[in-house]
Structure formats: structure tokens, C-alpha cells
Design a protein around this ligand. Sequence first.
Ligand SMILES: NC(=O)c1ccc[n+]([C@@H]2O[C@H](COP(=O)([O-])OP(=O)(O)OC[C@H]3O[C@@H](n4cnc5c(N)ncnc54)[C@H](O)[C@@H]3O)[C@@H](O)[C@H]2O)c1
Length: 260
Amino acid sequence: MTVGEAAFNPLDLSGRHYLVTGAASGIGRAVAERMALLGARLSLVDVDAAALEGVRAALLARGVVQATPFDLRDTDAIGPMVEGCVAAQGPLHGIVHCAGLQSVMPVRTLKLERARELFAVNTEAALALSSALASRKVYAGEHGALVFISSVMAMAGSPGAVAYAASKAALHGMARTLSVELAPKRIRVNCIAPGFVRTPLLERTERLWEPGQREAVEAQHPLGFGEPEDIANAVVFLAADTGRWITGTVLVVDGGYLAH
Ligand SMILES: NC(=O)c1ccc[n+]([C@@H]2O[C@H](COP(=O)([O-])OP(=O)(O)OC[C@H]3O[C@@H](n4cnc5c(N)ncnc54)[C@H](O)[C@@H]3O)[C@@H](O)[C@H]2O)c1
């Protein structure tokens, strides 16, 4: 094996700049850690300023990382926020939208205000981020990748998940259409649909479950619950050159949840 072969890494992200939302916790944090390890420059966005600063500080030794505390419910301000990240660290190669809200709400007791909040963060923010990346001021012009974190709940029914499922299913349609529209700019657009992953979001959901429900839900995953890194691995696969011929698709990463 030559030195060149030994150094070959198809997941290499060096020289590229990615914006990661929801980077203060769970899956977003794991994505930031993986991308930093692979050499990317990062703009990290989250509403939780203190936790975000902790992630930025932990990743500093790995490269150039900037933290932008921001509430993605302010969808009109997303474009200017993204432009601010570009002014600080150069044009973007991609955006990974991990920030998300979950809510267990049977349709009978649905609060539309809460449903709108879910849609603002999970769905509208994805649309505004995509629009920002498509702009010539923002996009680096090559290796473009948008990755939206959706959910298996968009593909399999689960009681109480109607608003969440709808907000995530919209991402699948968005990715398909955007993949066609943005292909001429060499921006690929994909979703990852995780099963249940051990993060603070899952811990909050578990508190609402009946006794024994946790074990039952885990048993629906032949490989058990996932770890944030399992999703981060799929994100870097799609963002890097390993995913260069993949667009408009939903990659299910669920430990077998949808297999039966
Ligand atoms: N954990 C799971 O089992 C699971 C399964 C399927 C899909 N997902 C999806 O994965 C994504 C990440 O979830 P997680 O489990 O890491 O959750 P998490 O709660 O650990 O992290 C979500 C992050 O999003 C941030 N966020 C929430 N609202 C925001 C806002 N208005 N503006 C900016 N940031 C905001 C939070 O502060 C938090 O840091 C979400 O989109 C979620 O729907 C998670």
C-alpha cells in the first residue's frame, strides 16, 4: 500500500464548511463531532446558547468552529443568520438540519399552536435553510449537500404523533422536489429517517410513557435503540463524496424498526 492509498478517506470533509442546526444536543451534537473529526469548518446553530457554547469549546481543538445561538422559530431571520455564518467563515457546502421538536398529542386534544411550533422548527426552518443555501451569496458552488433529519414516524403510524409525523413527512416531499430543482447547482438533498435514538429528546418522551412501554418500544427495534453516532455516520456518508450520486431519497437508519 502506498502512502497516498493509506491516507485516502472517502469521507474527508476538509476545506468544506457546514452549518449544523440543533448542534447543542443529541444527534446534532454527534453530527458536529463527526464532521469536525473529518476536517470540516463548522457553523453550529441552536437555541440553547449555554449548551451550544459547551459543544463549540469541546470541538475547538479539532478545527474552526463557530457557535450561533439562534431560535429557528424566527423563520424570517434564518436567511440573514445563514449569511452571517458565511461572512464569518466563508461560503457553505452544506446544511444539516437536526434541530427538532417532538410532542405526544392525540388528535382529540391537539393544540394547533403547539403543532405550528413543531412545523416552524421541523419543517419551515428546513425550507428557509434550503432557500438560503441555494443563494449565490451563500453556496460555495460545489459539493453541495442538504440533509434533513426526519423520522420513522413519517413512515409508520404511531398514536399521538400526528403533528410530529406530518412535520417530518413534509421533509420527504421537500427533499424529493428540491433534489430535482437544485441538481443543476450540484446541491444534493436527502433525508435521514431515524428510529428511536438515545438522546435527551427520547428521555423526555419516555417520561410520558406507561410502565413497560420503554421495553416494548425498544423491542420493536431488532437491533435495539440507536446511538446519536449511528445517525451522524449516515449524515457524513450523505454529505461527503461517498454520497455524490445520492439525491432525493430517504435513508432509513432505524435498527430494523420498519423492517417488520
Ligand atoms: N432521538 C430520537 O429518537 C429521534 C428519532 C427520530 C428523529 N429524531 C429527530 O432528530 C433530530 C434531533 O433530535 P435529538 O433526539 O437529538 O433531540 P435533542 O432534543 O437532543 O436535540 C434537539 C436540539 O434542537 C434544538 N432546538 C429545538 N428547538 C429549537 C429552535 N427553535 N431553534 C434552534 N434550535 C432548537 C434543541 O435546543 C436541541 O439542542 C430532531 O429533528 C428529531 O425530531 C430523533
